[in-house]
Design a protein. Structure first.
Length: 124
């Protein structure tokens, strides 16, 4: 059992990075070590929408002077690193930031899809 846990921990670490310092850009985006990071499991209002400033304040309070870990999942179409964020070993969840205020029916989930390398297609 101990070997299984050690293997799982090593697998997690191979796809992760520990950030020295992070600041909140908004409720679902950080800058860690001069790189923009988009949280994959948190959706917050934009700064110009209702709830945006509150979401940013909550995110900043979570990461301020804390050990922040990133489990990366590639990049989005804007070049941001997509990652699950861990603060002091605990994953940041939607409940930590608040409801998706301001998102409503105009929110486009397709904006944050993973970018994969293009696969060549077979000609028919």
């Amino acid at each position: 059992m101990t070997r299984l846990l050690a293997f799982a921990w090593l697998a997690l670490l191979s796809n992760s990075a520990w950030a020295e310092r992070c600041i909140a850009i908004d409720g679902d985006t950080l800058v860690c070590n001069h790189q923009k990071v988009r949280l994959t499991n948190v959706y917050a209002a934009e700064m110009n929408q209702p709830g945006g400033s509150a979401a940013k304040r909550k995110m900043q309070a979570l990461v301020h002077n804390r050990e922040v870990g990133l489990v990366t999942h590639g990049h989005d179409r804007y070049g941001r690193l997509l990652a699950e964020v861990y603060v002091d070993g605990r994953r940041v969840e939607q409940a930590d930031i608040g409801p998706r205020a301001g998102r409503g029916s105009t929110w486009g989930a397709d904006r944050h899809v993973y970018v994969h390398a293009a696969q060549p297609r077979k000609a028919k």
